[in-house]
Design a protein around this ligand. Structure first.
Ligand code: CA
Length: 229
């Protein structure tokens, strides 16, 4: 699981990140609100741990901005102890859980496991992503369009999942590399192009109206052709 922690108290953030890494999480840190929002918008995280009081942009506004942009990544908000108002505002803004600071690391680990389980469960119940005329089953990697179907490879499925979840927002090649191969990778941009082309072929085989548009210098975006086009 890949986590993003947005927390301006660097020393605390790094200490928490170390423990999380020992517990087999991959952790990226952002130390201010703007960087946190940029990272969150990449859509590559499984859970975001978000402090409320942050320089440049506060946690509640980051959360609102993420949800507005279709990013449904589960969010744990970090609130100062007893700030009931923060909790209410946070939950209203689409947070999945909150934790009062200072917290014990075991408490955070327990919340992360619970959110991870909840996410896994919702995927089992509802592991089908739809966009336009296609349906992608995240468990069987089957892609359906009307009565036709094709089976995707894991990487093709991960790529299509990312494009669908971004819902009309451009996905950069860097985002795709991070999602499919992780940050510590020497994967090059031409590998992204290969997978985009494989995915385009499968969409064409299914006669889907959904297509991947290349935005030169920016990335890719999923679109669906309108009637008569
Ligand atoms: Ca803070």
């Amino acid at each position: 699981m890949r986590l993003l922690m947005v927390e301006d108290e660097k020393y605390m953030a790094e200490a928490v990140a170390q423990v999380l890494k020992k517990n087999n999480y991959t952790v990226d840190l952002a130390y201010n609100g703007e960087d946190g929002l940029d990272c969150g918008l990449s859509g590559i995280y499984d859970i975001i741990i978000l402090d409320i009081m942050l320089p440049k942009m506060d946690g509640i506004n980051i959360l609102k901005e993420l949800r507005k942009n279709g990013i449904e990544t589960p969010v744990i908000l970090l609130t100062a102890r007893g700030e009931i108002e923060d909790k209410v505002r946070g939950l209203d803004s689409g947070a999945d859980d909150y934790l009062a600071k200072p917290f014990h690391i075991d408490e955070l680990l327990a919340r992360l496991r619970a959110l991870g389980r909840r996410k896994a469960k919702s995927l089992i119940n509802d592991g089908i992503l739809s966009y336009g005329d296609i349906k992608l089953n995240l468990h069987t990697l089957q892609l359906e369009c009307g009565s036709k179907e094709a089976v995707l490879t894991l990487k093709e499925s991960q790529l299509l999942e990312l494009l669908i979840k971004r819902n009309g927002i451009i996905v950069s090649k860097d985002n795709i590399i991070e999602k499919l191969w992780g940050y510590d990778t020497d994967a090059e941009e031409n590998r992204v192009e290969i997978y985009i082309s494989l995915l385009r072929k499968k969409l064409a085989q299914l006669d889907s109206r959904v297509y991947i548009q290349t935005i030169r210098g920016a990335g890719y975006v999923l679109k669906t052709a309108k009637d008569g086009q």
